[in-house]
Design a protein around this ligand. Structure first.
Ligand SMILES: C[S@@+](CC[C@H](N)C(=O)[O-])C[C@H]1O[C@@H](n2cnc3c(N)ncnc32)[C@H](O)[C@@H]1O
Length: 325
């Protein structure tokens, strides 16, 4: 069986070799299931947790996130670049807070073959009972336990950290495309203000744009950005009315469509792009996290209606709500 060390080397490679990455991903999934003793056919793995800030996906779906190859590669490499950045600044060990680990702490596990416990310490947070128990079991092993600073079964949208200034990196991947349904934004808004100003956020930036989508080949689409709808980063959140406040929606963004915008497009939609960290980005349609969310087919646009208003809401069903007037 492929070893975690070999998987790490493939995930950390500069270039993507899809054949090699596909083999490594399959090997990684097999290894994770074997180490955690999870059986994906077990019904208890399918329970989502619904909170007032969004849905925490069930263990099976969280486990299957590993299969989104480009996502997993870019996140693991981005996390490694953030660890290097903090080590170079003299933070040793680098203290990483991982909110929403799923059953395997997938996005950091391969890095435990690269860094020593003197260089990297982990604080893990997971809300789902089955996922929490799985990750707890995994970190009892002699290989991984030296890296574990703390492990909480808690809701990361409300968790108050005991020693928030300890952390050098906040990592969370609790999102779907268009930042809908899952609590990525609420988790970031709860945890980031508790940390030091120089603590790094991963993903560093998530952008949602209003886009005109054009078919350019069989199954190949190309977006043209029309308006920036939301940017989630340390910089934008610090200046947002939602920073350390109880507001539940971001300011609306209105966009006046002109005929040129739609001249060659078939659809209007929302694109998601992610700067993970450093050199690592996930572009339009590269991963399940960045597929476009359709708003409407251009031919369905009601006559005379030309202003699109979009507003991102937090809450039990987070996401962008758009209206056309
Ligand atoms: C999309 S999965 C990603 C799992 C893993 N981090 C990965 O990237 O492969 C998100 C995980 O975050 C957990 N989660 C979602 N909302 C949470 C919350 N409010 N507090 C703690 N964990 C949460 C879910 O239960 C799920 O295990």
């Amino acid at each position: 069986m492929i070893k975690l060390q070999e998987i790490a080397a493939i995930l950390l490679a500069e270039e993507i070799d899809f054949a090699e990455l596909s083999k490594a991903t399959e090997g990684f999934r097999t290894l994770l299931l074997e180490m955690s003793k999870l059986n994906l056919k077990d019904d208890s793995l399918r329970n989502d947790v619904h909170t007032s800030e969004g849905m925490a996906i069930g263990t099976e779906w969280a486990a299957r996130c590993v299969d989104d190859m480009v996502r997993t590669k870019r996140f693991v490499k981005g996390v490694a670049e953030a660890i290097e950045h903090q080590l170079n600044l003299g933070h040793k060990p680098v203290e990483l807070l991982y909110a929403g680990t799923g059953p395997f702490a997938t996005l950091v596990l391969p890095l435990l073959t690269v860094y020593s416990p003197e260089e990297l310490q982990l604080t893990l947070v997971e809300i789902n009972d089955v996922s929490f128990k799985a990750v707890q079991g995994l970190f009892k092993s002699n290989d991984f336990s030296p890296y574990l600073r703390a492990l909480y079964q808690a809701d990361a949208t409300t968790l108050q950290l005991d020693e928030p200034k300890r952390f050098d990196i906040l990592l969370s991947e609790t999102m779907q495309y268009a930042l809908q349904k899952e609590p990525q934004v609420a988790i970031t808004l709860n945890l980031l203000p508790q940390l030091r100003e120089d603590a790094l956020l991963i993903p560093e930036e998530i952008s949602l744009d209003l886009v005109a989508i054009r078919q350019v080949g069989l199954g190949v689409t190309e977006p043209t950005a029309l308006a920036k709808l939301l940017v989630i980063s340390r910089e934008t959140l610090t200046f947002s009315p939602l920073w350390e406040s109880t507001a539940t929606s971001f300011p609306p963004v209105d966009y006046q469509l002109v005929d040129d915008d739609l001249a060659h497009a078939q659809e209007l939609g929302i694109s998601t792009t992610i700067k993970v960290f450093g050199t690592q980005h996930i572009g339009f349609n590269e991963s399940g996290l960045t597929i476009p969310k359709r708003i409407l087919n251009v031919e369905e646009l009601p006559a005379g209606k030309k202003t699109i208003s979009c507003r991102y809401h937090l809450g039990a069903k987070p996401g962008l709500v758009s209206t056309i007037t």
